[in-house]
Design a protein around this ligand. Structure first.
Ligand code: GLU
Length: 369
């Protein structure tokens, strides 16, 4: 099928550490190439956001560390040293084209909390409107997996960003030509997949399993990122960053890399729900699941148990099948669990909803199937 990106207005470009680094530091030429290519896209009246890795690598090199940095606190220290270096290289490169760039450091929690997310979206939109190229990286200094604030990888983060700011296209540049049926570094018969309409288990299996040699190249996280973007109505192309003018050529419809179609679009709020980490679980009986599937509200009578401590308005799991945003906190829901509708007023504070949540507050994980 012919690729047609002529209606694309907003693109998120992600570049990885491998692509940007060379033995004694950052590959300035590559930065300049990416920047020139981004400027070319902008000349086509496309808004571009860049998600760039490289802070930890640059920081480590500045410290003279030769081996991979594993200890979390040291990685964070490296990120703190490397991030301004990374930005100064981008600033110099963009300045040659008279383009202003800016820095945004993000953790998962800013994306998860509706309030900070709305602020973030407003500032990103403003930056794009005034012609700035925002450059995003994970705020490694403060995010750690232990406290649940980390994205862990910039692939997924770029997809969340693309999803939240309504981008139409995510381009992930890497050191390999795209997704192959097998690891091409080990199998001569591996075939490059140029177009994927739906990311199912077979497609995911092509990306290798986490921890395998192939996956350390990160194809798994890239395909997962494509899935996140796809469910948000954003197409993804995973392609080699070694190709000349790769971004402009992809935008022109050239068959480069692997193109993942966008699936059906969810409303903004539903996307926020589906992409947020749950703070707990409300366990409900089979009848209640059925009722929710038929677009009814959740009533206390269907609740069997509550797990975790959460606030009203947090995202929670519903059994293992859906994510939802309840009007009540975990303690209140526990008190109401199992009670009949006629008893609800006893538990309900004045002015609060008489249901746990409404149909617009829930998204089933299999909604796209
Ligand atoms: N945020 C990390 C860095 O800038 C990179 C994370 C990733 O490679 O996905 O070094």
């Amino acid at each position: 099928m012919k690729r047609d990106f002529s209606t694309v207005q907003r693109v998120v470009v992600k570049v990885g550490t491998n692509l940007l680094s060379e033995h004694n530091g950052i590959n300035i030429e590559r930065i300049e190439q990416v920047v020139t290519d981004i400027v070319a896209l902008r000349e086509r009246k496309i808004q571009v956001l860049l998600v760039s890795s490289g802070a930890i690598g640059l920081g480590a090199k500045e410290l003279g560390i030769k081996s991979a940095v594993k200890r979390i606190a040291l990685r964070q220290a490296c990120a703190s040293i490397g991030q301004p270096l990374l930005m100064s290289h981008y600033r110099t490169a963009f300045k040659q084209h008279n383009v202003i760039c800016s820095q945004i450091l993000l953790t998962r929690s800013e994306m998860n909390q509706r309030k900070t997310f709305v602020n973030l979206k407003n500032s990103i939109t403003t930056l794009l409107d005034i012609g700035v190229v925002p450059i995003i990286n994970e705020n490694d200094v403060v995010s750690t997996a232990e406290i649940g604030t980390a994205f862990g990888d910039n692939d997924r983060m770029s997809a969340f960003v693309a999803s939240k700011i309504d981008a139409d296209l995510l381009i992930i540049l890497t050191d390999i030509a795209g997704l192959y049926t097998k690891d091409p570094r080990q199998n001569n018969d591996a075939q490059l997949l140029t177009e994927i309409v739906k990311i199912d288990d077979t497609i995911l299996s092509y990306a290798g399993s986490a921890g395998s040699v192939f996956a350390t190249g990160g194809m798994k996280t890239k395909v997962l990122a494509a899935k996140i973007a796809s469910t948000a109505g954003c197409a993804t192309v995973i392609a080699s960053g070694y190709e000349d003018q790769v971004l402009s050529r992809i935008h022109s419809g050239e068959v480069l890399g692997t193109y993942f179609h966008a699936e059906k679009t969810l409303k903004q709020r539903s996307r926020w729900i589906i992409n947020s980490s749950p703070e707990g679980t409300i366990w409900i009986d089979a009848g209640a699941v059925e009722a929710l599937r038929h677009h009814n509200s959740l009533l206390p009578s269907g609740i069997v148990a509550v797990e975790g401590v959460f606030h009203a308005g947090d995202v929670v799991m519903i059994n293992k099948v859906a994510k939802a945003v309840p009007y009540y906190n975990s303690t209140e829901i526990m008190e109401m669990a199992g009670c009949q509708s006629k008893d609800i007023p006893k538990h309900v504070r004045k002015g609060k909803a008489d249901v746990i949540f409404r149909p617009e507050d829930i998204v089933f994980l299999d909604y796209a199937e």
